[in-house]
Design a protein around this ligand. Sequence first.
Ligand code: NAD
Length: 503
Amino acid sequence: MADLKTHQEKLNTYLERFKQNSVLNHINGENRPAISGETFKNHSPVDETEICTVAKSSKADIDAAANAAKEAFPAWRDMDGAARKKILHAIADGIVARAEEIALCECWDTGQAFRFMSKAALRGAENFRFFADRAPAARDGQTLPSSTLMNFTTRVPIGPVGVITPWNTPFMLSTWKIAPALAAGCTIVHKPAELSPVTAKILLEIAEDAGLPKGVWNLVNGFGEDAGKALTEHPDIKAIAFVGESKTGSMIMKQGADTLKRVHFELGGKNPVVVFADADLDRALDAAIFMIYSLNGERCTSSSRLLIEDSVADEFLAKLKERVGKIRIGNPLDPDTELGPLISKGHFDKVSSYFDIARDEGADITCGGERHGDTGYFVRPTLFTGADNQMKIAQEEIFGPVLTAIRFKNEEEALRIANDVQYGLTGYVWTNDLTRALRFTNQLEAGMIWVNSENVRHLPTPFGGVKASGIGRDGGDWSFEFYMEQKHVGLATGMHKIPQLGA
Ligand code: NAD
């Protein structure tokens, strides 16, 4: 396997062109600066150096992109599903061919460790393949015959859509939204997060090299309050697929109200991992550690609350402390690194503020709770113990490598604590009692639950949250439900009597 030095050299080659030229918008098949000419600077969270300048777009750029998506829509909608399938598979091939470049750029742009980003890049290719294979059947409907009418349904793409993505695993998350939209026959305006613009540009290059017609997928860089807002308000954009914070989702809903936007939201979480004394505690420990300290804890599905049964808590927490202390922090380009820096100074400040909050609230900082090094936005993996569920550290999404451990006495108390948050994205239940597992999952308020497992995502399954964690589902056919409309046609048999007014 390549080492840090080799990765650094390769990265420098890949980034050279972004250093020479800004990351531009891509509208109707052309690279374009923002119409205003404005740009902003993008820095690496690893060493705080500048990576590139980026087009800072506004409403005028969104208007141009939405217009291109509208113009391109009829031809893309009417293209045979098998032809769309071919293009989507070619995009997947292109991702595989450039996977190392994508992974290294993503590491440098976001601070995520190479060991995870190399898998995430390939997962992006799988997303395209999964939806490519479903493209020919995307329009399938039902026949609902009666003696008077031969009813049938088909699905039609909703139109040009807006895709707004966050900075955490941005490449993979973008493919997850964009692949089904393209397979369904929608055209796209994509606004990636301002903090991680690099791999969105690479992805679009791959798509156009794969033969995607111009205007089908348009990329507009910039900030939420101008470019993002304009996209959600645009009358030609029929739906918004959004991944980000719950409070941003609430704003988007208001912004989209005048144009009656269809929305799909994947939002924040404060997900419990509930460990009962009868569980396989070694596997539970591995999973609990993986689900909060991988991907820097900057992961919506992370298990940020550990609910541990009292009778095994001392032993479990002692082992947890030992393992957390050994997590390898460092340059995310290093294949050995397990934990990289947080995305930005702002996010570093937010996560660090919870170290003081934990002290003020009377929790114990068993591990971490401080900065690592003096360059880049690194924090040490952190474990809060002695916490109760009313504390801010148990209620608020910290979105970093920070775990809050809470003890419980019995199943009833575990369930009450697990559900006592505004969020409901994922839950992880560890028990060898099958009846209890079923009873608990039945009552746990979460969109996705795993029993005796970390988060293992199978693409045909529905993905999404309840409560403040989201609206709607994607994955499998659920993605087509969002990007498509049902159309009903009734063909008369001529056997029914039509009411005759004035006869
Ligand atoms: P964010 O809400 O700050 O930003 C997400 C995107 O929305 C960015 O592209 C941003 O520019 C844009 N945006 C901001 N304000 C906007 C506005 N008024 N109108 C339109 N667009 C606007 O989120 P973030 O900090 O980038 O991402 C982290 C959050 O995302 C966390 O809360 C995390 O839990 C959540 N997330 C959820 C899932 C999920 O599947 N549920 C997945 C990944 C991330």
